[in-house]
Design a protein around this ligand. Structure first.
Ligand code: DQA
Length: 142
C-alpha cells in the first residue's frame, strides 16, 4: 500500500482561528479527519505532520525519503515564499510533491506570488480551500 504524507507548515496549526476570512473556520483536525477518510477510500496509508520550524520541515523530507513515502501533499505556508532550504529538501528527497495553498496566492500581496518550491513540485493547487488537499491526495494516490 502506498504511503502519502500531508505536511502543513507554519501557522497552519492555527487554522480555524487564524484569519478565518482568508482560510475559513475549519481546523487542522477537521482537515486531517477529512483526508483520513478519503485516503481510506483511495486505499492509501496517510500520515500527517505540521511544523512551524523550517529545519524540522527540511529534516522531515529526509526522514520520509528514508521511510519510502511515495508522495507528499505540501502546504509550506510562508516558507513557500522564502525557503531555498525547503526547495532543496524536496529536490533531494526524490519524493513526488504536490504544493497546495488554501488561499489563492496570486490574488494576494505581491510577495506571495513567488514560490521557491513550486518548480520542484509535480504541480500546484492554489485557492481551492481544503478541496486542494483532496485533489492533491487523489493525484498522488493514483
Ligand atoms: C498559504 C498561503 C501563504 O502565502 C501563507 O503564508 C500561508 C498559507 C495558504 O494556504 O493559502 O501561511 O500557504
Amino acid at each position: 500500500m502506498k504511503t502519502i504524507a500531508v505536511i502543513n507548515g507554519p501557522n497552519l496549526n492555527r487554522l480555524g482561528t487564524r484569519e478565518p476570512e482568508v482560510y475559513g473556520s475549519a481546523t487542522l483536525k477537521d482537515l486531517e479527519e477529512r483526508l483520513s477518510a478519503e485516503a481510506k477510500a483511495l486505499g492509501v496509508e496517510i500520515q500527517f505532520h505540521q511544523s512551524n520550524h523550517e529545519g524540522t520541515l527540511v529534516d522531515l523530507f529526509g526522514q520520509l525519503a528514508d521511510e519510502g513515502v511515495e508522495g507528499v501533499v505540501l502546504n509550506g505556508a510562508a516558507y513557500t515564499h522564502t525557503s531555498v532550504a525547503l526547495r532543496d529538501a524536496i529536490s533531494a528527497s526524490g519524493i513526488r510533491v504536490v504544493e497546495v495553498h488554501i488561499s489563492n496566492i496570486y490574488s494576494r500581496e505581491a510577495f506571495r506570488k513567488h514560490s521557491y518550491t513550486a518548480p520542484v513540485c509535480e504541480g500546484v493547487i492554489t485557492g481551492l480551500g481544503f478541496n486542494g488537499y483532496s485533489y492533491a491526495l487523489k493525484q498522488l494516490a493514483t
